[in-house]
Design a protein around this ligand. Structure first.
Ligand code: FAD
Length: 460
């Protein structure tokens, strides 16, 4: 009854005349602010039931699903894009930060990419660089081997609960509206979509609610490492403090375009394949489709302007080409879902340790200013970190039972998020959440009731 009530979606609103749903397709350019639309109640098929349902297949989500599957849980992985990997693949971000001290799936993925020659051939220092297409196929293989059911092209749109506990997630796809029953759910959507739909409280942005800029990333070819080395953020450049960024900015400006990000970076993969991050889209909300669309169009247009600028310089840039821009613009921050613990700036400063530590973070604070005029400021916001731990409690939702989070939507403050959000941490958090979720589902208990000693987890 409760599910039926919930799933009977009603797009209610003001007392204005409502439009029958069937009229929607006949209306040209509807004004969404005018009136409201009543959707008739309908039954939604429950496709199947799972021990663990992972929503979002970025670095956190794939790791969560693989680990849950390997721990013996019947696991479903839902993803809106057409491949696994999130920012690693759909986002063209081929650069794993904070990976060196990580074992588990981070080490395994790195090893497997090396084996299949999908890792960088250029020395990259502390970050691990890879080929996005190799990452896509590897993640699919690992998920399938772990017995995970993968559903692509499927967006999380609603949830159902009973007595404060999540029971179903509702999706939309080519197959229409569907429901999936689960014992434990993990929100790995980056934006915290699942938790927000379930009614969890969350924070967004800095104390004024402003988020960091988005960036449209892209992969480029047609230029050779040896000929443009001075512009590349390779191991040598990282050691001397990234002089390459200034040179790249000056080169783009010389070609006729002033990039919206004053520290544009070229990250090496192979001799003839590199990743470019060179734009900042300020003031857009990651949870508003109209704003994300606007940022995407602006970002992609600028990427092409930057490429044209460099091409116009001739010489080593003459044959420069874009291989791919992100299907998804890089959203640095979005909802931070309230958990049983909130990672704070103070934890970073004192190098916090917890008995239930799921991830040890070594990467510093990297706040990309929320306003263009502050871009020249220090990215660490005066916060010098000591390696610190994230407790599993920061990955367990406070307001809804049976729900965990992993990746950039966990419970933390603005400054802490700017440190732990990078993908080496996101993946390990996902793996830890996957194991806890599987154990909770097998014992029919809540994630917070799983004894940490039984998780057999170490961050050392
Ligand atoms: C521009 C930029 C540069 C960065 N640079 C680096 C870097 O160099 N190195 C590094 O390690 N980190 C970097 N980061 C940080 C890092 O990329 C993110 O914090 C990381 O994406 C966290 O992983 P995630 O799995 O939480 O989220 P994501 O990678 O965002 O994955 C979320 C997944 O959920 C899916 N999803 C979202 N909503 C729904 C829904 N409603 N239904 C179904 N699926 C959904 C998405 O399609 C996606 O696949 C950068 C981030 C940005 C934006």
């Amino acid at each position: 009854m409760q599910r039926r009530d919930f799933l009977s979606a009603t797009l209610a609103g003001a007392a204005s005349a409502s439009l029958p749903l069937t009229a929607l397709g006949q209306t040209t350019a509807p004004n969404v602010m005018a009136g409201s639309l009543s959707e008739p109640a309908r039954d939604i098929p429950v496709v199947d039931s799972y021990d663990v349902i992972v929503c979002g297949a970025g670095p956190a989500g794939v790791a969560a699903a693989i680990e849950a599957g390997r721990t013996g849980a019947k696991t479903l992985l839902l993803e809106v894009h057409g491949c696994l990997g999130g920012v690693w693949t759909s986002g063209c971000l081929t650069w794993i930060i904070d990976n060196k001290n990580k074992g588990g799936l981070v080490a395994e993925i790195k090893d497997k990419l090396r084996e299949r020659k999908g890792s960088a051939t250029i020395p990259t220092g502390n970050s691990f660089s890879f080929d996005a297409e190799q990452m896509k196929i590897l993640l699919e293989e690992l998920c399938l081997q772990a017995g995970v059911t993968i559903r692509l092209f499927t967006r999380i749109v609603a949830t159902s609960q009973k007595n404060g506990r999540l029971t179903h997630v509702v999706t939309e796809s080519k197959s229409g509206r569907e429901a999936w029953a689960g014992k434990v759910f993990i929100d790995c959507t980056g934006d915290g979509d699942l938790a927000a739909r379930a009614g969890c409280n969350f924070d967004y942005g800095d104390s004024a609610g402003q988020g960091q800029p988005m960036s449209m990333l892209c992969l480029i070819t047609g230029v050779h490492y040896a000929e443009i080395k001075e512009f590349i953020r390779d191991e040598e450049d990282s050691k001397i403090g990234s002089r390459s960024k200034k040179r790249l900015e000056e080169a783009i400006i010389k070609g006729g375009h002033k990039p919206s990000y004053t520290r544009p970076s070229l990250f090496p993969i192979y001799e003839d394949l590199h990743m470019l991050m060179a734009n900042h889209e300020y003031g857009y909300l990651g949870t508003d489709a109209r704003q994300v669309t606007e940022a995407t169009l602006k970002g992609r247009a600028e990427v092409h302007k930057i490429i044209h600028s460099l091409q116009s310089l001739g010489g080593p840039w003459t044959n420069l080409k874009v291989v791919a821009t992100g299907a998804q613009i890089g959203v640095r921050e979005s909802r931070r879902i309230h958990g049983l613990y909130t990672v704070s700036r103070l934890d970073l400063i004192k190098g916090a340790r917890f008995e239930d530590a799921v991830c040890r973070v070594t990467f510093g604070v990297d706040v990309h200013s929320v306003k263009k005029e502050d871009e020249a400021g220090a990215y660490n916001r005066g916060t010098n970190i000591k390696p610190y731990d994230i407790p599993i409690r920061a990955l367990i939702a406070k307001d809804v039972q049976g729900l965990m989070m992993a990746g950039r939507c966990i419970s933390g403050d603005f400054v802490a998020h700017s440190s732990y959000r990078v993908t080496g941490n996101a993946a390990i958090m996902g793996q830890g959440a996957g194991r806890v979720a599987a154990l909770a589902a097998q014992k029919n208990i809540l994630p917070q009731d799983v004894k940490w000693a039984e998780v057999k987890w170490s961050v050392e």
